[in-house]
Structures are given as structure tokens and as C-alpha cells.
Design a protein around this ligand. Sequence first.
Ligand SMILES: [Zn+2]
Length: 361
Amino acid sequence: MRLSFITLALVSTLVLAAPQVEEKGDDTVQLCATHASSEDYKLAERAVAKALEMEKNSEKAILKAQLKTLGNIKNAKEDSDRIIKNSKSLGVEEYDEYDVDDLTEEDSLKTRPVPTAKSTSSSSKYEGDSNEDEEKPAIPIVRVFFNIVMANRTFEGGNIPDQMILRQMIVLNDNYRGSGLTFKLAGVTRILNLDWFTNVGFDTPQEDAMKRRLHRGDATTLNVYTVGFVTTPGLLGYATFPWSYKDDSLNDGVVLLFKSLPGGGLLNYNLGRTLVHEVGHWLGLFHTFEGGCFGIGDGVADTPPEAKPAVGCPVGRDTCRSAGVDPIHNYMDYTFDACQNQFTRGQIRRARQISSIYRGL
Ligand SMILES: [Zn+2]
């Protein structure tokens, strides 16, 4: 009896001593601050209905476009290397008073996608031959701007190396392979701001100031901000939904903990899957545990419902009585990066439907 008590006490101590980030299954801890309201559900469903109507006439064109994605990924990687080389030449010191408009010149605009335009040989080198079917949609290429907010010029201060950004781009494209979307690095901005690095969080004045200063591009452009989340420990990131763009375009984008990038050193969450997850929201997806066991859940038919976020990698976990074990390997759950390896077909379809309506992707 006494031994059991000691064992219990020991276990309790171990649990309490564990890093806060490992307790993400606890309802009181949230790794991601992006949750769906009833209004979000309504706007998502509206987009899906509208997209279904439009898809009736363009199924063939979409399939054709997806076939070209592999080629886009290869070209996007080559361009990413070039952008990184160019960004280096600016020198980190110059970013302190950096005018964001400067980086919209040169290379970053050369391959700007025009999603609704008909393909021509000059509009984008990734869109294929100009003499092909005039009615096919342009290949959806998402330009990605990384905004690196730093407390100082050390790694711990958020000054992550270019290689981490490149590796993150590779993870992003790999994990969205088959989605028909290609992500292309378009620019890197580094800026010293201790207040932003420390205090940026969901709906804070610092977030507002940061995004208004740094945001670039349009609804098809992904702005990623890396910060320290010092005053919100345990938070890994959050994103805006596509339907929010219209009313507050400068707020659009993803905010990430810098240590979540590949090789970032954050225990269990440093393979780059946090950005993959947040981009899922940015395209219109909800958490797999959204809504719990009942109702519409995440709005996707082929992701079994789960009662609450999964921790670690609990294979076989089954928290709802309805059919199917919990989708713990899904990017839209809270499981460890190494545990995640999939979007379902239903999620990809939904993300494409919603982002086509609200982002023109
Ligand atoms: Zn999330």
C-alpha cells in the first residue's frame, strides 16, 4: 500500500516536471490558438457548397493542373536557393530599419501567380506550355514570405539560419504533395524587435503592429512570422482562416514559434509540422478534434471524430463511439511531429475548395 503511494507520488512528480509542451492533450493547454467558431463553420460550408457548384464544370482541368505539381516543386526549390542567396546580400544589420517595400522588387515578383488568369508563356514559367488548353486554370503556386522576428542576433534570440527556412519549405511541399498546391519561397525579412519577439501572441497589439509593418502580397500569398512566444509558453503557432482575409487582409498569415522549424530544437515538435498544420488552417481546415465526438466535427467525412487533442503518438486511441480510431497521424491533430504523416483525401479536397473560393488558389 505504502509502495503504491510512493510510486504514485513519483509518477506525479515526473508528470509535473515534464515540459509544458508535452501536456498538449490537456484541455487547458493549447499548442495552436486557431479554433473554429460557429461563424467559421458557416463560412467554410458556404465555400464548400459554392466550390462544388464550380467543380462540376472544371474537374478535368483541375486534374490536369495537379499533374504538373511535381515539376513545380522542383523548380520552386531551385528558386528558393536563389532567393536565400539574394537575401543574404542585404546583411542582417540593415533589417533594423528595413522598409518592407524594398523586397517587393526583383525576383520576388517574377513568378507572382495569377490564379484566375489564363496561362500564357510569359505569366509564369511553371504554368506549362502556352499552346495547351486555354481554359485550364493556372497552377496554384503559393508565394511564401518568411518574416523572422529577432530579440537579438543569436539563435536563441530567434535568428534562425537560412538552412532552416529552406528545410521548412521542403517539408511543407513534401507534406502537401498530392494536394495540387506548390509553395515557393519568395522572400525573407529579418527584423530586430524584442517586444514583438517576446509578446506577439493571438490578438495582441504587438501582433497587429508586426503584421501591419511586414505583411506583403495578396490573398494567395502566405506570410509566415517566426517569434519567441515568450509570454505565451506552450504555444507553437496559429493561423488566420481564408474567409478572414477580406475584412482584414494585413492580419492574414501564420505565426510560428521559431524553434518549431526543422532542427529548431523544440522537443518533439521540431520537424516542421507546425507550419504544415497552420497552413492547413490558412487553407480552411479545422482541427480533427474540433467539435468533439458529435456533430459535424471538422467538416471532413474521412477523419474519424475524436473527443480532444491527442498527445504524443497514442496508436489505437479511440475516444469516440462512432466508427474509426482517432486520427492521431493527421497533421491537424496535436500529436508529436514524428507521429504525423497525413492529410486525408477529404481534407485536401476541402482545403482546395475553400481556398479556391476565398483565396483564388
Ligand atoms: Zn491548429
